[in-house]
Ligand binder design. Sequence first.
Ligand SMILES: [Zn+2]
Ligand SMILES: [Zn+2]
Length: 256
Amino acid sequence: MNENSSLTEIWLAILAIDLFRYLIPAAAIFSLVWLGRKVLQKYRIQATPWRATQHIREIAFSLSTAVIFSIIGTALFFAITGGYTKIYTDREQYGAIYYYASFFLLMVLHDTYFYWSHRLMHAKPLYKLFHKVHHYSRQPSPWAAYAFAPPEAVVQASFYLIMVFTVPFHPAILFAYLIFMIVRNIWGHMGYELFPRWFVKSRFTFWSTATTHHDLHHETFNYNYALYFTWWDHWMRTEHPEYAERFRQNAIGASK
Ligand SMILES: [Zn+2]
Ligand SMILES: [Zn+2]
């Protein structure tokens, strides 16, 4: 794929990447928890089982999200190759420290963008159009990671649009981040708590969201809006009051 490829070829290549980026990890994590459901039952966060119709809906909306991402991704491809963005290709340009640190910068900025855009989409005038589809899954499954209505898919993709025009990133870091983000997102929707019991209390990990964090958002709706880190919910007093307790009930190593 280069500047001389046709528009359709470029779009199809980006679409294939977006589809596989979702389908492969979602299928892998779903297979893990589905095949192991008897053994994993004690780590199940909500007792209500998934239904096949739910998975069909989650997959259909996630595929529509992948198509929207690929259209925006194609526009970005031309903006990047045309030299209109802050994307840089020489690893040494900002030094090795920035090169690696920019991955974590992306995480922090994305978590902030996600928290505030998510809260906005929960506002009554916006909720129905933007975010209702994602909340159809009261007991989320790994397939729900990209289950967004088209307007919400645009909101989610807009983070990358803002980033490439304002902050310098190397394409390899962006790509690695996109893979990490979808795997982490699917992990957050898997419905089973596979983090160890000390995770929410240890000073090395308490700032990171466990699967129960986002699962409780789907279950109770008005709490736990963040993506990776617990700090925004903490600061804005939107953390679910029973988050730590619910986590401890399901996590690995909990006394059942
Ligand atoms: Zn929500
Ligand atoms: Zn969700």
